[in-house]
Write a protein that binds this ligand. Structure first.
Ligand code: ADP
Length: 375
């Protein structure tokens, strides 16, 4: 049998996607060489972005798999090397463009990314659980989704997403780990162990700015930010750093909780942000006999939506009501959000329905180039 041609080998390697950068390795300058040797053997030299690349095993396996599939190939030999500083600089340029200081890409005029900042009045209402489930639901719909866990004092997104891997650094560019198809960056990935973060406002602002400009998310359809509870520095920084971000306000059915959530939402008036909607979590518990129990009262979500509508003087909708569900908490503990682990459960169905509403919300087109030229 004839040995595969060089272009066939390259075409096979073009099917190998870098797990972090989410692009074919051939486009990333990662293929140093590939050649067919005698006797059905193929040898590929692949350049990793950094020496200790945590995904070297995955890349080797994927390259081997892609080449071994070709007719006439019986044996694949993969050698890993590491990019030189110049090659890394080239890669960075390819990914981010060559302008020296690019700032926050989500603010580029042509950026089509929808940004939702998930807020709540107080902790424990399920803001982080809602964030990760919406992200996974949207990613499962085929959208490109990222999460920034900006809940500095109570970061929990890596655990909820089952991420233990640290982000990879390519010089000053940070590659977010990917879990369940979602790119995730969290302040929790930059502190040792489980130490509490005791940063003050300006440092938080700087950290958030760095996340948003140095982390390579690539083109995203949707970016979700998990904000700390309340109306603190981070909420204001997000409004300044990402003026396009819209708020999703999470509350429980309790009227008192709706009051505090309203204050978190009302910050939008001061910062000029839009409110994308209210979400009620822990709405009721279905008992074994099929009846429901309103553990935290009722009406908080509706009340919040109504009050926010008045505050911002435009309609704010209640996007959904999520029941209490043991499986939701268990999914969080296991790092597999309930929309993936138990999509038919009532809680998952409520979350999926909210994700669907967010996925089809029209985005504002003002200021965007439509890419048409008059004839
Ligand atoms: P927050 O981000 O608002 O502090 P979390 O998402 O961390 O809240 O949720 C707090 C706790 O409540 C977690 O243990 C979580 O698993 C649990 N929880 C959240 N929503 C629900 C729900 N609908 N049913 C059952 N447990 C829930």
């Amino acid at each position: 049998m004839n040995a595969p041609s060089h272009s066939t080998l390259l075409a096979a390697l073009a099917t190998v996607i870098d797990p972090e950068l989410r692009r074919p390795i051939t486009e990333l300058g990662m293929v140093e060489s590939v050649e067919a040797l005698d006797g059905g053997r193929v040898r590929a030299v692949v350049r990793l972005t950094i020496a200790g690349c945590p995904l070297r095993g995955t890349i080797t396996a994927d390259v081997t798999g892609a080449l071994a599939k070709l007719d006439g190939v019986t044996d694949v030999d993969v050698e890993l090397t590491v990019m030189t500083a110049e090659q890394r600089a080239e890669l960075r340029e390819r990914l981010k463009g060559s302008a020296p200081e690019r700032g926050i890409p989500f603010n580029d005029e042509g950026s089509l990314t929808r940004i939702y900042a998930v807020a709540s009045g107080k902790g424990g209402v399920g803001k982080s659980s809602v964030t990760v489930n919406l992200a996974c639901a949207l990613a499962a719909r085929g959208l490109r989704v990222g999460i920034v866990d900006a809940d500095v004092y109570g970061f929990s997104v890596p655990g909820l997403m089952g991420i233990t891997q640290a982000p990879t650094r390519v010089d000053e560019m940070i590659l977010p780990p990917v879990s369940h198809g979602v790119k995730v960056i969290s302040i929790g990935m930059f502190v040792a162990g489980n130490q509490p973060v005791a940063w003050r406002g300006p440092m938080l602002h700087r950290a958030l700015e760095q996340f948003l400009s140095d982390v390579y998310f690539g083109d995203l359809d949707i970016l979700l930010l998990d904000l700390p509870p309340g109306t603190g520095d981070v909420a204001i920084s997000v409004a300044q750093l990402l003026p396009k971000a819209e708020l999703l306000v999470v509350t429980t059915p309790q009227a008192a909780a709706a009051d505090v959530a309203e204050r978190a939402g009302a910050i939008a008036v001061q910062t000029g942000q839009k409110i994308a909607g209210a979400i009620e979590n822990m709405s009721f518990l279905t008992l074994p006999d099929g009846s429901t129990m309103e553990l935290f009262g009722s009406g908080g979500g509706e009340l919040l939506a109504k009050r926010l509508s008045q505050t911002v003087n435009s309609p704010v909708e209640l996007l959904g009501q999520i029941p209490l569900d043991v499986a939701l908490r268990e999914g969080g503990d296991a790092g597999l959000p309930i929309v993936l682990s138990d999509p038919d459960s009532p809680a998952a169905a409520a979350l999926l329905a909210i994700a669907d509403r967010l996925a089809v919300r029209p985005r504002g087109l003002s200021g965007l180039s439509l890419g048409v030229t008059p004839r």
